[in-house]
Ligand binder design. Structure first.
Ligand SMILES: [Zn+2]
Length: 510
């Protein structure tokens, strides 16, 4: 089976983590956990871009060296995956020696590829001294830098350029593959940009002390994208000491990204790779935004919640993961309300799933003293409901349909709830002649919950483990267990404690 290597973008350290970063990180983790359940060798990469142009300026203002400054700020970024129940296989920092060394090799490979793809030219543009950065016309407001309220100066600087214009045909050929970029409308957006004609771009900046020196011209540093994009490949060269993972995980790489960085990933990056003699990645998936602008504030919590990510402390990582996956169809833009998180927590996690577990375990405890023998039956309606689940969910997740796969699992959760109502075990329990029937119903419900727990493990890792534990079932998450009739006999099973207990929001104000 083909290996699975998935990356999040590396995040700029000049802000602190917010729900937008959490969104991509959670999605990546769900995909990787799922592939692991199917026995696929997988690798999840995330990390930070520390060579942002603002870093040196902010560090200087605090009287710190840039490296000291990023060494401090990186901690909140390292904590982000753990807060969300995510364990990446590697956390890359662009100030890592291994990354810097590889970027220099990478740029050198392009320069020596015999096609004159890197050349020197004058970069001319509007430069804001306050920002220490070139500005494009559309970044200005009334001709001024909006951050500093000053007119930028016209500056000419000798830089190194990459001959992107030579790669138009080879890039378009990649887009002949229908799934190189997903969703399809994003592929069309990137293709149109390529077809409209590509401009060479500068890969270096002069006079900046913070960055990776251009190996043949150390007075210049690599421009932010010529540094940052390379992380997806560089990480594989030093993530495991003494081991080069490039052969194992390149080019089977898949990149998740927000739509705002589509052009850099879908045009610049494959061209740079081709120029350096590497295969382009297997696939790129651009997602939309979970939230827009000022709608982040909760009606009930108001300013107590600066960011939905803060709700991890209140509702737990599983609840925030669930809300990320379920609120907005992955790939589309949407507006997920913060109040929606509470609502889904209570209605879907608490009621649909949590109460189902409580009821089923309580009935087995009460009517069977917690003991139940396997009693699968080929014509069980639960068998029919569970039978297509494994393939359906796997197919959706292979297509990055994070939201659709979860909805598919939730259909089963709802079906199990209906089965409780329609079979009414509390009625069956009154009639000794129907004891076998009750055994079958209880065992089907137990087995259905077991299947749901394994199918949900990629989304709700904590809850999944607790459900299997409450059902006295093995903790194995092997995808082949997502099938009817595999529950093991139980003895001494007790009514489960609430899976998603009520959360009293007033505790926030204490
Ligand atoms: Zn400025």
């Amino acid at each position: 089976m083909e290996r699975f290597y998935l990356t999040t973008p590396i995040y700029y350290v000049n802000s602190t983590p917010h729900i937008g970063h959490a969104y991509t990180t959670v999605a990546a983790d769900v995909f990787v956990r799922h592939q692991r359940q199917r026995g696929r060798e997988s690798f999840l990469l995330t990390g930070v871009d520390e060579h942002a142009s603002k870093v040196a300026r902010v560090a200087a203002a605090q009287g710190l060296e840039p490296q000291e400054y990023v060494d401090g700020i990186v901690e909140s970024w390292r904590a982000l995956p753990a807060r969300l129940g995510v364990s990446p296989d590697f956390f890359i920092r662009t100030s890592d020696e291994g990354h810097k060394r590889f970027v220099q090799e990478f740029l050198e490979r392009i320069r020596q590829n015999g096609r004159d793809d890197i050349y020197q030219d004058v970069y001319a543009g509007l430069y804001c001294v306050g920002c220490e950065a070139f500005k494009t016309e559309d970044e200005l407001v009334d001709g001024k830098c909006p951050e500093h309220d000053v007119e930028p100066e016209w500056i000419e600087e000798r830089n190194w350029f990459f001959r992107l214009s030579a790669y138009q045909e080879r890039l378009l050929a990649l887009y002949e593959r229908h799934d190189f970029v997903l969703p399809a409308f994003r592929a069309n957006e990137a293709r149109s940009f390529i077809e409209s004609g590509l401009q060479d771009f500068s890969i270096s900046r002069a006079g900046q002390p913070w960055g990776i020196p251009i190996p043949w011209d150390p007075d210049q540093v690599a421009y932010v994208w010529a540094d940052a994009l390379v992380n997806y490949l560089s990480a594989l060269t030093y993530a495991r000491s003494g081991e080069d993972l490039v052969e194992r995980f390149w080019p089977v790489a898949r990149h998740l990204l927000g739509k705002d960085i589509l052009r850099f990933h879908c045009v610049y990056w494959p061209a740079l790779l081709l120029a350096a003699g590497y295969e382009p990645p297997q696939q790129l998936f651009a997602h939309g935004y979970l939230l827009s602008g000022d709608r982040k504030v909760s009606k009930s919590l108001g300013n107590l919640v600066a960011d939905p990510l803060d709700l991890v402390d209140l509702y737990g990582a599983d609840a925030v993961r669930f809300w990320c996956a379920r609120s907005v169809s992955f790939g589309q833009d949407g507006i997920a309300s913060v109040d929606g998180l509470r609502e889904r927590y209570e209605r879907e996690l608490g009621n649909d799933l949590g109460n189902l577990l409580s009821r089923v375990t309580a009935m087995i405890a009460r009517y069977r003293d917690g003991d139940l023998e396997p009693s699968p039956s080929a014509d069980s309606p639960i068998a029919a409901i569970l039978e297509p689940l494994a393939d359906d969910v796997a197919a959706r997740l292979d297509d990055f349909d994070l939201t659709g796969a979860l909805e598919r699992i939730w259909e089963v959760v709802r079906a199990l709830n209906r089965h409780v109502e329609s079979t009414a075990p509390w009625q069956l329990a009154k009639d000794d002649a129907r004891a076998n029937e009750l055994d079958c119903v209880l065992w089907d419900l137990l087995d259905g919950l077991r299947v749901v727990a394994i199918a949900l493990a990629a989304y709700l890792p904590e809850a999944s483990e607790r459900i299997l534990d409450a059902l006295r079932q093995p903790a194995t998450l092997d995808w082949r267990e997502v099938a009817y009739g595999r529950a093991q006999r139980v003895e001494g099973l007790a009514a489960a404690t609430p899976l998603f207990p009520r959360v009293d929001e007033p505790s926030l104000t204490v």
